[in-house]
Ligand binder design. Structure first.
Ligand code: NCD
Ligand code: ZN
Length: 363
């Protein structure tokens, strides 16, 4: 049996308000506990998106009633909410900027709309950028010009990890995360067809990449600050439709997949703890969770099955994968929150970790 700290996932989509048929704060945070996460940071691309005091309240009220693990809610950067978002910063996980097309309406194309956010959002929180390839280079330039922390969400490409490495060497305040699906899966379509051919259930943003990209992520693991799931549940019916929305569920599969990589000698336990606890806590200025830990049976071997998951979406891209390592028990603030396949804390036990916080920040 191995004891880990309560894990932190800085990138989840919980779909409430607006799409509880995919997931809600109850099912999503139950999935988190089952996956060994005791704190999740929820993305703002809900319906409506979270971008001001009123919409933040919508999400936080639902969370207060339903969440079973601790949480904070992101604000989304819109075309005209820089001042409002900056004023709400202490109540939010951080600011999310969508610089490339993905699920939801929050994309900001025109760089002049990025500027007020980079000027105004308090520097002791990162701006989290969904920015792929050359937009990621633009986000790094913004971090340098405005001399403020930027956290690049879900990197997937060789060119991205190499450029972040170079930016870090120059002292640019950049951190980044990678998702298990980009570490363990390769695109099923040829390199030329990526982005052109439909990928059905395997549609995800950023898209699954090539073997060369996956290899580069593994070779540059020291550049990667966090493992984040980008838990993005859509129902099987939606995924199997003619126009499948992008996104994979990931909360319940991340730790077993990473523990399997430890068993294979690709990772160490320290790699996991630094990227799923120490670094996210530092980057996002997250508080301690006293009397909180996860017990893992590192020898349990089994196959991943969607039918055993708590997420409402009803599927996983890792169906049938053989893994080694199971979450046995999760203790959250002194209470057993999950044990042997059962969630044991009530809806509403989860706390908003930004409720009273005043933060100093990483820089
Ligand atoms: C996410 C979603 O469904 O909300 N989809 C995805 O493919 N990752 C949006 C996002 O994080 O880009
Ligand atoms: Zn996401």
């Amino acid at each position: 049996m191995i004891k880990l700290p309560g894990l932190i996932d800085p990138h989840v989509h919980l779909r409430e308000p607006g799409a509880a048929h995919k997931e809600d704060w109850d099912t999503g945070t139950s999935a988190a506990l089952a996956g060994g996460f005791t704190m999740v940071l929820a993305m703002p691309n809900t319906k409506p998106p979270i971008f001001d005091a009123e919409t933040l309240d919508l999400a936080l009220n639902a969370a207060e009633q339903k969440a079973r693990c601790d949480y904070a809610q992101y604000l989304g950067a819109g075309p005209d909410n820089a001042e409002v978002a900056a004023a709400l910063a202490d109540k939010a996980a951080a600011l999310k900027m969508y610089l490339d097309a993905t699920f939801g309406q929050l994309r900001l194309d025109d760089m002049s709309l990025w500027m007020p956010h980079f000027e105004k959002y308090p520097r002791h929180y990162p701006i989290v950028a969904h920015s792929e390839s050359r937009s990621m280079a633009a986000a790094l330039l913004f971090a340098a010009i405005y001399d403020r922390p930027v956290h690049i969400a879900h990197i997937s490409l060789k060119e991205e990890v190499l450029l972040i490495k170079a930016a870090k060497a120059k002292g640019i305040k950049v951190t980044c995360e990678v998702c298990p699906h980009h570490l363990f899966m390769v695109s099923q379509v040829s390199e030329e067809e990526i982005g052109k051919k439909k990928e059905g259930r395997l549609e995800v943003r950023p898209r699954l990449a090539t073997q060369k990209d996956v290899d580069a992520l593994w070779e540059n693991l020291d550049v990667i600050d966090c493992f984040a799931t980008d838990h993005a549940p859509h129902t099987l019916e939606e995924k199997d439709s003619d126009n499948p929305p992008p996104g994979f569920p990931g909360l319940e599969t991340a730790l077993p997949l990473l523990l399997t990589a430890v068993d294979n000698g690709q990772l160490t336990m320290d790699d996991i703890v630094s990227r799923m606890y120490v670094n996210p806590k530092k980057i996002f200025s997250l508080p301690d969770q006293p009397e909180t830990w996860v017990e893992v049976d590192e020898n349990a071997e089994y196959e991943i099955r969607a039918s055993r998951q708590f997420t409402r979406c009803g599927w996983t891209p890792f169906e049938g994968w053989k893994v080694k390592g199971r979450v046995r028990k999760v203790v959250l603030r002194g209470k057993t929150a999950f044990e042997d396949g059962k969630v044991l804390v009530a809806a509403g036990y989860g706390k908003n970790i930004r409720k009273q916080e005043k933060n100093e920040g990483l820089y």
